[in-house]
Design a protein around this ligand. Structure first.
Ligand code: NAI
Length: 333
């Protein structure tokens, strides 16, 4: 079966790692027609009329997208197009599996945690304003609807993937209303899944516990900002952002992307590591039902890492993007 999938190569190292992933998926024998859209025009008008953009039209039609990183200005400029896409497509669940890749130097081995992050509200609602000069207000939006929806997603995910335990992460001791509503919404859903152990942990303690002993966690369920921070923290425990994937899932549409950014310091040098985007593409293959191809690519990737001969610099090797890519393809075959 031929799949049509939207591809947003992105900025910086985005196009380099996207090409590498396209080559590997093609070598795995999956028939994909990539509908490429630069999102460049969208970037210029992000925040204004994103709903009419070519990228959104393509993703809505194809229902699946693979995306490279997009640059966002810090402390000024228009809002993030990454956040804009998630909101416009209602990609409400951000799924970030964090697992060791054998062969990558890291603080811990045998970590296996899945973070489920609410993706559409919280402080990412982008509702900021200046009250009077020198005083700004940033609104943290939490709704019962979004909290219940993400809770149900997390428990369903646990059931489907035979996960045993979910920790809801919060700061409801201080933000009694907002984080309180998040927790109360989850508490109403949890009893419907008696086979899954449900626990709660305050965010600061959760960070410490994660660094001390990540093996105690199976799945974490978080609001948008805590999810963003804790998933990078978790990535740091298994070797960094270069080796963790993510999927943004909605009711009808899914968008898969690496967690890292555009890496402007190494863009154009041919040394970027495509692993994170490749792992995101493996999640995408699972999502579209190409399970055999997903396992084939995953096995080849793991073998290349175990052998350790053609790894890129960020994970301690000397290989270029092209050499790493060729090595995965040779192993596949
Ligand atoms: P970054 O992830 O781009 O880079 C951090 C460090 O990791 C750099 O030293 C970089 O060379 C290295 N690195 C990242 N990915 C790599 C890869 N695949 N292979 C080898 N080395 C890699 O983070 P930074 O510098 O904070 O952000 C740069 C830009 O990316 C910003 O404009 C930011 O807004 C954007 N960004 C976009 C994201 C997205 O589109 N989802 C996510 C994160 C950041």
């Amino acid at each position: 079966m031929k799949h049509t999938i939207t591809l947003i190569p992105g900025d910086g190292i985005g196009p380099e790692v996207s090409r590498a992933v396209q080559k590997i998926i093609e070598a795995a024998g999956v028939a994909i027609e990539w509908e490429e859209t630069s999102a460049r025009g969208d970037i210029d008008r992000r925040g204004s009329d994103l709903t009419q953009s070519a990228a959104l039209t393509s993703i809505r039609k194809n229902r699946v997208a693979l995306k490279g990183p997009l640059m966002t200005a810090v402390a000024a400029g228009p809002p993030s197009i990454n956040v804009g896409l998630r909101k416009a497509l209602d990609l409400y669940a951000n799924v970030r599996p964090v697992k060791n890749l054998l062969g990558v130097q890291s603080r811990y081995q045998d970590v296996d945690v899945v973070l489920i992050r609410e993706n559409t509200e919280d402080l990412y609602a982008g509702l900021e304003h200046e009250v009077v000069p020198g005083v700004v207000e940033s609104l943290k939006i939490i709704t019962e609807r979004a909290s219940t929806r993400i809770a149900r997603f997390a428990f369903e995910y646990a059931r489907k993937h035979s996960r045993k335990k979910i920790h809801a992460i919060h700061k409801a001791n201080i933000m009694k209303l907002s984080d309180g509503l998040f927790l109360n919404s989850i508490r109403k859903v949890a009893p419907e899944y008696p086979e899954i152990e449900y626990k709660e942990l305050i965010i600061d303690n959760a960070c410490m516990q994660m660094v001390l002993n990540p093996h105690q966690f199976d799945m974490l369920l978080l609001t948008n900002l805590y999810g963003d921070i804790m998933s990078d923290l978790a990535a740091g425990l298994v070797g960094g952002l270069g080796v963790v994937p993510s999927g943004n899932i909605g009711e009808t549409v899914a968008l898969f992307e690496a967690v890292h950014g555009t890496a402007p310091d190494i863009a154009g040098k041919g040394i970027a590591n495509p692993t994170a985007l490749l792992m995101s593409a493996i999640m995408m293959l699972d999502h579209i039902g190409e399970l055999d191809a997903a396992r084939k690519v995953e096995d080849a990737l793991h073998k290349v890492y175990r052998e350790g001969k053609s790894l890129t610099r960020d994970v301690g090797g000397t290989a270029t993007t092209a050499e790493f890519t060729d090595s995965v393809i040779r192993t596949l075959r």
